[in-house]
Design a protein around this ligand. Structure first.
Ligand SMILES: [Zn+2]
Length: 383
């Protein structure tokens, strides 16, 4: 699944991406509908009609999945949670929502929006079929019924309390509402999700071996179930890992990890002396930049690396620093897990720690990442 996604365009400003793995799903579904399903359901039609019906079904189902993801995204936006992109891939779609909801009710509504959209689409396709007379001798009727069933199935399947599927997110939000403990709720939901994943994979194996397990009774259905089970298991495990990150970082407060003695440099000073001999030894170097006796910004190894060496002596610190207005301050007693969340949300590398209007230190993102590495949590995340 490391294939590069293709950008199809944007909806409401949200980029719509297509992962090449989606063609596998589209191809298999078109093949199955054109050569197996529609020939059996609508015997009277020609092979070309069956192919056309299959093509129309897959295209409309594609649009349905986009609408499902768009529903999640619109609710996320409503709560001011930025959505990076919507990607369609072999198991359907995913909306890249940049951070988790801050409140259980937001999470609940955000997760519920997708399945509700699918169920509504199912009802709409069924309604069209009924309004058009529900006949058995027309191609369009079979396509509408297939779309109604698929959307309803997608909505219901996604409502299973198998975290991190939509239903699992609803389940977690409900646990979070009751326990008021996000980490505990995520733990319970993720372990339940793993249980579902293993059940699905197990049932899939039985189906592959020829058993009729109700949800699947064929080799293809069984194999599909095994793949979805493994995919879910992996996703649930990732969520548990992320949960451990949060718990590890919640042991620290901003004042425990901040650099309290960052050197202060004048905004007009060239960056040469700051970068020379420093970047190689300590790329984590960070400076407070002052304008007179006021804070003008923060300058770190990251910004210095962006300046070509021949320009070091002619570039003042003030020209490359992150200006004060682009910084977001934090309080000394803020949990580091929350600090990192805000950094990721706002794409920040540093946050000054401010007390009584005075900067008392700087928290750097790489220091937080270092904490996770020390705790042995990052080695597994890379895998
Ligand atoms: Zn969804």
């Amino acid at each position: 699944m490391r294939l590069r996604s293709i950008r199809l365009g944007a909806l409401f400003g949200i980029p719509l991406l297509l992962n090449p793995s989606w063609f596998l799903l589209a191809g298999l579904t078109t093949w199955f509908l054109a050569t197996q399903f529609y020939p059996a359901a609508f015997e009277g039609a020609s092979r070309w009609t069956h192919l056309l019906m299959a093509g129309a079904s897959v295209a409309a189902f594609f649009a349905s999945i986009v609408l499902h993801e768009l529903a999640h995204s619109v609710v996320a936006r409503w709560f001011r949670i930025p959505v990076k992109s919507i990607t369609l891939f072999v198991f359907g779609g995913v909306a890249q929502i940049t951070r988790e909801a801050a409140r259980p009710l937001q999470e609940l509504l955000m997760a519920l929006a997708g399945p509700l959209m699918s169920l509504a689409l199912g009802a709409a396709f069924a309604g069209c079929w009924w309004l058009l007379g529900a006949r058995a001798d027309r191609a369009v009727d079979y396509v509408l019924v297939w779309l109604a069933i698929m959307n309803a199935a997608l909505g219901l399947f996604n409502l299973l309390p198998a975290f991190p599927m939509d239903g699992g997110r609803v389940f977690r939000a409900a646990l979070w509402l009751v326990t008021r403990n996000h980490a505990l709720a995520t733990g319970i939901a993720a372990w339940t999700g793993r249980g579902f994943a293993w059940t699905m994979a197990g049932l899939g194996v039985l189906a592959v071996l020829g058993r009729d397990v109700v949800v699947a009774d064929s080799l293809a259905g069984g194999a599909w179930l095994v793949l979805i089970g493994l995919f879910l298991e992996n996703a649930a495990r990732q969520s548990l890992l992320q949960n451990r990150f949060v718990r590890e970082l919640a042991r620290y407060r901003a004042e425990d990890v901040m650099v309290a003695d960052a050197p202060v440099v004048d905004a007009r000073q060239p960056v040469g002396p700051l970068a020379r001999g420093v970047l190689e030894l300590n790329p984590r170097a960070v400076y407070l930049v002052s304008d007179g006796d006021r804070l003008a910004g923060v300058l770190s190894g990251y910004e210095l690396q962006g300046v070509p060496e021949p320009l070091w002596d002619s570039t003042p610190a003030g020209a490359v620093m992150v200006p004060k207005d682009a910084l977001r301050a934090t309080a000394r007693d803020r949990l580091v897990s929350d600090v990192l969340l805000e950094m990721e949300m706002e794409e920040l590398l540093h946050m000054p720690v401010v007390e009584n209007g005075r900067v008392i230190g700087i928290v750097a993102r790489d220091r937080i990442v270092g904490l996770l590495r020390q705790a042995g949590l990052l080695g597994t995340a890379r895998a």
